[in-house]
Design a protein around this ligand. Structure first.
Ligand SMILES: Nc1ncnc2c1ncn2[C@@H]1O[C@H](COP(=O)(O)OP(=O)(O)O)[C@@H](O)[C@H]1O
Ligand SMILES: O=P(O)(O)OC[C@H](O)CO
Length: 518
């Protein structure tokens, strides 16, 4: 008799869209539905999402994908579990009495808190934070977003005053709402997400008193309710879906999206790495069971916790696909992402143009929060193709800078890099990545690796796979490898030009602010 076919569902809540996928045991998606949702940019540097719209987009994805699944003749009873993966750092606050959000979610890319960051950096003790939580102080983690909400939104302050303020990243918010909200009050987060708030001690995987105290200079943060930190794969901690086509189905896995992609690429051995080109771009390097605190501008984070925590070094780039979207939506360069890649292919190179896409300052390994997007080398020769090409190249140069930093921190240069995410569809970008770094770039055929990672976390909890060794045959077919096609000398020249441009972006925002004071 043939083995019963089993499936795992996966919610992938990204920065620009939500998806629900249903995977078979070999890691093949058999049903998928994706919904884009509103990107709200109320002021320069501000970026928000409507938390209720995020939840409804996820619910629609689940219902539509299940419809597809059933129309292919499958029975929903063969879905054994559901996993969740999500954009990290994006911050939601809600009233735990009503279960209603109190303000839009402040997205990870948002830079409204840059002045708070400057103040915090000047406070005694700020230099010891990274050793506890693994991250440098910047606008990127959730903490300053929470402080901003408490200070600037009276409706948030009022709920805080009465002791009912709940704070969470998107995983915590989604799981809470999918479980039915205030009534069930399933309020949890996993270490890969909690690590991104700056409140978690990356060694104990618990909230750190030292961190909470440091940030409690104006508001007593012990009065705010934080989600309980639980393992990334767990049979009961994440509750179950309260409504919709999968009502009563258990959520048994949860991973921040970049950790999920590492799991989906099966980066389980120390030394394995992946780079995900989505809205931003994030390189994670598995460092094994001990954290490595970077001395070269990288983050120390949690790769996954399936019983024993595994750590990663991370290089975070704020702008990747969002640069492509910027060209389409703000500059009318095309209506589809692939048009940008085709436009870039019309020219043989960027024609001397360098675009430092510092829309959120520059993240790893530079951490320049007073930079803004800047183009260098514009001449009468510059065409739209050059701008498109320079936009794609920017993420490749930043990846090269991250790889250099990683080699210093781990004293082991990477010999190849696995890639995924929407922008990895651009063959030109992947070839440029190989050209700039000089290492083979390996792109799998099935690139929904983030969603697959969450499915793996969920499936491991309920015995769809019993251990990591059973995943060997999952998603192995049809890889493409990109090798360097230009000379090392040319690659070095291109990268030096980029580094010169980065140097020149420093201080732009501060100079503007000082100018206003005059
Ligand atoms: N062929 C392509 N060339 C360049 N960029 C692309 C291509 N296809 C998708 N993208 C970009 O990838 C991003 C979406 O990737 P995705 O992994 O879905 O991101 P997220 O999870 O952050 O929402 C978008 O910004 C889109 O513009
Ligand atoms: O939406 P992505 O895929 O760019 O990922 C967002 C990250 O989790 C932010 O840290």
């Amino acid at each position: 008799m043939s083995e019963e076919q089993v499936f795992v569902g996966s919610i992938d809540q990204g920065t620009t869209s939500s998806r629900f996928l249903i995977f078979d045991k070999q890691g093949e998606p058999v049903a998928i539905h994706q919904e884009e949702f509103s990107q709200i940019f109320p002021h320069p540097g501000w970026h928000e999402h409507d938390p209720e719209e995020i939840v409804s987009s996820v619910n629609t994805c689940i219902d539509k994908a299940v419809e597809q699944f059933q129309s292919k003749g499958h029975d929903i009873k063969s879905i054994k579990a559901v996993g969740v993966t999500n954009q990290r750092e994006t911050t939601v606050v809600w009233d735990r009495k009503t279960g209603k959000s109190l303000y839009n979610a402040i997205v990870w890319t948002d830079t409204r808190t840059s002045s708070v960051v400057h103040e915090l950096k000047a406070r005694p003790g700020s230099d010891g934070l990274m050793d506890v939580c693994g991250e440098p102080l910047s606008t990127y983690p959730s903490v300053t977003k929470l402080l901003w909400l408490l200070k600037n939104k009276p409706e948030v302050k009022e709920v805080y005053d009465r002791g009912d303020l709940a704070f969470g990243t998107i995983d915590a918010w989604l799981i809470y709402k999918l479980n039915g909200g205030a009534e069930k009050n399933v309020f949890v987060s996993d270490p890969t997400n909690a690590a991104r708030t700056m409140f978690m001690d990356i060694r104990s995987l618990e909230y750190s008193d030292k961190m909470r105290k440091f940030f409690s200079y104006e508001f007593d943060l012990s009065k705010v309710h934080f989600p309980k930190i639980v393992k990334s794969s767990d049979k009961s901690a994440f509750g179950e879906l309260a409504a919709g086509a999968l009502k009563g189905f258990k959520i048994t896995g949860c991973l921040g999206d970049q950790s999920a992609a590492l799991v989906g690429q099966k980066g389980f051995k120390a030394g394995a790495a992946k780079n995900t080109y989505g809205t931003g771009c994030f390189l994670l390097y598995n460092c094994g069971e001990k954290p490595v605190i970077s001395k070269n501008g990288l983050l120390s984070t949690i790769a996954y916790d399936f019983g024993t925590p595994v750590y990663a070094l991370e290089g975070s780039i704020a702008v990747a696909g969002s640069g492509v979207k910027f060209l389409m939506q703000n500059l009318n360069f095309g209506v589809k992402s692939e048009h940008i890649s085709s436009l870039a292919e019309e020219v043989p190179d960027a024609g001397g143009l360098v675009f430092v896409t510092a829309f959120s300052g520059l993240f790893a390994p530079y951490w320049i929060d007073d930079a803004q997007g800047t183009m260098f080398g514009i001449t009468q020769h510059t065409q739209t193709g050059h701008i498109a090409r320079a936009t794609l190249e920017a993420v490749c140069y930043q990846t090269k800078a991250i790889l250099d930093a990683m080699a210093k921190d781990s004293s082991q240069p990477l010999t190849s890099l696995r890639v995924d995410g929407g922008m990895s569809n651009s063959t030109l970008t992947m070839q440029t990545q190989a050209d700039v770094t000089g290492i083979p770039i390996i792109r799998p055929k099935m690139r929904e690796t983030t969603a697959l990672g969450a499915a793996i976390a969920a499936g491991l909890a309920v015995g769809v796979w019993n251990d990591l060794s059973e995943l060997e045959k999952v998603n192995v077919e049809g890889e493409t490898t990109f090798e360097r096609k230009i000379s090392e000398k040319d690659a070095k020249k291109m990268f030096r030009r980029w580094e010169r441009a980065v140097e020149m972006t420093k201080g732009w925002v501060v100079e503007e602010e000082e100018d206003e004071k005059k």
